[in-house]
Design a protein around this ligand. Structure first.
Ligand SMILES: NC(=O)c1ccc[n+]([C@@H]2O[C@H](COP(=O)([O-])OP(=O)(O)OC[C@H]3O[C@@H](n4cnc5c(N)ncnc54)[C@H](OP(=O)(O)O)[C@@H]3O)[C@@H](O)[C@H]2O)c1
Length: 219
């Protein structure tokens, strides 16, 4: 009975990971949402899961306490263990127009500061909060795997070779998230952990998007 926690599972890539994991009746999938009641796409996946093996839990990755509460609930359900943590949450907020700005395109430094700080809280600290909350459970798990869903946009080589100036706050904070993964990998390797950041490539998530999205980026 492998157990998975998918953090940030209401839409897009995270939701599809939940759906595919739930298709295997041997799996138990814990899916977190900032607002479970309003997460209608997740509710549909839970309802349609053939094995009824998806459990929704409330958590905001900016709020490390909420992740601890979610981890406690999972521990109660599993006897204290978790096999795989998949950290997917990211700040992809298209509504205010800042997501696509380059470093020189903000209306003010105050606006840039605000966007970078919020992106850092979600994309970088959020990954640390997730791993910290679930590490005691993962240590008791059978596979000891931590997966961070990252992006080619957080890779310096890719950004340089493609000349991608836009998505500045997102790329900078996802790059820092890659270093978070590397730090955990170095720290936990002797305990038998595999910690990996993987990029899904460009994925059309418009079908479950919270707000309209500009055309896809090619790295
Ligand atoms: N789509 C792509 O082309 C692409 C390409 C490369 C990498 N990625 C990576 O794939 C992952 C998912 O991207 P996506 O395109 O699927 O994005 P998305 O559709 O915007 O979904 C983002 C997810 O993160 C959650 N989230 C946002 N802020 C959160 C917070 N503070 N606490 C907890 N959850 C939070 C959202 O939940 P709410 O419903 O509560 O907002 C949602 O479930 C990201 O890590 C992204 O960097 C995506």
């Amino acid at each position: 009975m492998p157990t998975y926690a998918v953090i940030g599972a209401t839409r897009g890539v995270g939701l599809e990971i939940v759906r595919q994991l739930a298709a295997n009746p041997d799996n138990t999938v814990f899916a977190t949402a900032r607002n479970v009641e309003k997460s209608l796409h997740l509710a549909k996946v839970i309802q349609e899961a053939p094995a009824k093996n998806v459990v929704a839990l409330q958590a905001d990755v900016v709020d490390h306490r909420s992740l601890k509460v979610a981890a406690e609930k999972i521990a109660q359900a599993t006897g204290g263990a978790l096999d795989v943590l998949i950290h997917n949450a990211a700040k992809m907020d298209y509504a205010n127009g800042n997501l696509y700005r380059s470093l020189t395109e903000y209306e003010s430094m105050d606006a840039l500061d605000a966007e970078f700080i919020e992106a850092f809280k979600v994309n970088t600290l959020g990954a640390i909060h997730s791993v910290d909350a679930f590490l005691p459970l993962l240590r008791k798990g059978s596979t000891k795997k931590i997966v961070i869903i990252s992006t080619d946009g957080g890779e310096r080589d890719v950004v340089w070779k493609t000349g991608t100036t836009i998505l500045a706050a997102y790329c900078v904070t996802k790059s820092a998230e890659n270093m978070v993964m590397t730090k955990y990998a170095a720290e936990l390797v002797d305990e038998g952990f595999i910690v990996a950041a993987i990029s899904p490539g460009v994925v059309d998530v418009s079908g479950t998007a919270a707000s309209p999205r500009m055309s896809a980026i090619s790295w």
